[in-house]
Design a protein around this ligand. Sequence first.
Ligand code: ASP
Ligand code: MG
Length: 457
Amino acid sequence: MKKVVAKFGGSNLKRKEDIQKLVRVIKTYNRPMVIVVSAFYGITNHLIQSMEDVKQDHSNIEKLVEFLRQLKKEAILENFDDKEWQDKTLNAVQSRIKELSRYLTGIHYIGDVPEFVEDVILSYGERLSSLVLTSILQSNGIDAEEALPESMPLVTDGEFGNATVDFDVSTENVQKRLSANKVYVVPGFYGVSEQGKVTLLGRGGSDYSAAALARCLDAESLDVWKDVDGFMSADPKLVKVPQRITHLSYTEAAELSYFGASILHPRTVEPLKEVGIPIHIGNIDAFDGSVAPRTIIHGEETVSECIVKSVTYSDDFCILKLKGAGVGLKKGVLAKVTVALDKAGINIKSVITSQIAINLLLSARDIKRAYSIVESLDLSTVTELIASEQISTIAVVGEGLLDRPGVAGRLFMALAKKQINVQMIVSGASVVASYFMVARDDRDMAIEAIHEEFFSC
Ligand code: ASP
Ligand code: MG
């Protein structure tokens, strides 16, 4: 029997009583499976901040240790009735936190956080979740075992902070380690390099961990549990009648995630698409005793009646514009810029060029640094450098979008009717997505206008 891999994220672990919801869902599956968990809500950010604090002042180690100990203690008291189980779990938590405090002591004394230590420290949010959940499942009579990625090992390409799983090396390891008919609980967010060093899989990377394990195990499905109703036709806060999307193709889901739909990490689809493992999105807050998904993501590419399946947005696309007569015709400009940004570890999300301007789409966190780097290159062909931050990127996604005449016309007419100015448009780069930029202030109105145009069809 194939296994199911189920992932529970930080949004499922906000309050101490939330763990009972996980237990209920896992009991309902009633089958051997692999559970991947994230850190409790906000813990990774807390650890990031603590690393900084600890560098300055030794007493911050004790503060963090106490904070985590208290948090876990409350969860343990809430979720175990039996005193013996409580004590056993508290002790295990205590020694795991002790491991963490050793790394923190190290960074305090050297006054710096080497990247290989940073990755280990940040993995502790997940490690604490998996430990506590395993124990709670066991006390509920479930045959559960914690399986750390290093015990498999789940091997990555070794890039700290943003590693990629090496399936050639990992597949057999994972299959062997997770072969028994029990419930394995795996902390998400990290794997290990070939040398055995912890390497994080990028922020929000537990979805990707779960996808990687599902692929290694040739799982029946990857079930991602959320606190929302699956993928929607638009952010329910912005439109009057949002519709749930019951089916999406892999490409549609990947594009929606890339352009801001926070349901799934953009890298989740990548390992599963090739092998055709479906992704199921469940809503833990609407759990009614059935694990039937709210949205299914799979290989079938269907064109919906409205063509557009969803409209999404991201405020994390800024534009760095390099203006100059003929930049589009001169060779080497783009090469110099991309090499310099790559050296600085800056990812370019997209490039849109014309004869008189090169537009680089960059993350908000990188835009200021990128501006200085490009400025310092002293490119003779570039006469003006402009950074635009107050913009939003809106993407409409749906199979068949590019093949059907009239879709772009309807889209931009809907915006024009509301007097919304479109600053840049990209169509054709992806077969299922068109995206464009508007002023940040126009974002909500633009989404509403497009949604009304396509979802009242
Ligand atoms: N806890 C990690 C983060 O906040 C991973 C995750 O939540 O998926 O980035
Ligand atoms: Mg997450």
